[in-house]
Design a protein around this ligand. Sequence first.
Ligand code: TRH
Length: 375
Amino acid sequence: MTFPRTLTIFCRVVDNFGDIGICWRLARQLQSEHGIAVTLWVDDLASFRRICHEVDVAAARQQVQGVQVRHWASMDGVFTPADVSDVVIEFFAVDIPPSYVEAMAQCEPRPVWLNLEGLTAEEWVEGCHKLPSMHPRLPLTKHFFFPGFTDKTGGLLRETGLLEERARFAPAAFLRGLGLGEGEIAMQKVSLFCYPHAPVAPLLQAWQEGGRPVCCLVPEGVAADAVQAFLGAAPQAGAVATRGALTLRVLPFVPQPDYDRLLWSCDLNFVRGEDSFVRAQWAGKPFIWHIYPQDENLHHKKLRAFLQRYAGGLDSLWAFALAWNGAQAGDMGKLWPALQASLPAAAARAVQWECDMLEIGDLAANMLTFCRAIR
Ligand code: TRH
């Protein structure tokens, strides 16, 4: 009998869309590519609906694209061993309902229990990946599973056939569907997804005053203050304005697969958090990462660890990324032209990086291999 036949993911939305974005991507892939019956428990269906419009925010239980989605409304559920899956994944160390954990301990054989951790390029991850952790009271062992950028980690989420789909993709038709005119399609195109504290206003100014036309595509709700100030109007989907060399267009917040297509269509992508950061890498295009902020500027260390692996020799990309994240002072009026001039080199690096990451295999397959090894 193939293992696992069933798998459950517990996801809490701490903030924004990355938590559910990652869990949903993983759930879909395990179901569609590996034939596993997947249950996804998530506490925030409204955030889920932003990236997957089929989600019914009022449904306690629903089937979405082959995945059973359960609204995780409380920790009080009562579970029996019959409810427990072959593999149980807690995302970002969420606490699973106590009754579910008790039921896991009663299963024979016990389920494989994984804590899927956050992505970081720091070296310590290699030492912690796959480490066991015994339950203090029950006869259960949980294992840590870390995504990452080396073959001593779980690798990155990537659907089979993603790059082939990208190769077949026709950007112009997609961009027309988003409302872009031919003039915008012909410009250097940049997608912009970042947290509110990014220095967007000085960047818009640098684009406006730049020597080469730039078309910036920004999803509705992102950098709303700076976008509104530039447009002189409400930053609603469909709003567009041109000043100097910059055309700025507000896009709707699109479903997850279309977000990939947006990244594939642009010459440079500004991404953030974890999931869009990974998708930018699978777009094979230059990107600037706005890392999720953490206390005591821990995120600056993580940013540098990634740049160390990714941006060797790309000095202007490195300097831009540090300034964009507030890790180093910088003047967008100088940083942007330098970055723009280095985009061909950054594009070549993006292709090489993609090849390196492909060699690690994809996270879902690596995770299943591990589950089978420890069952
Ligand atoms: O939204 P994020 O900032 O999410 C997270 C969370 O804040 C989380 O708590 C934190 O742990 C993590 O970052 C590091 O950024 P992220 O990870 O890029 O997730 C965004 C998701 O939204 C991703 O799955 C892509 C999707 N998306 C769309 O589907 N359509 C869109 O138009 C856009 C802009 C994004």
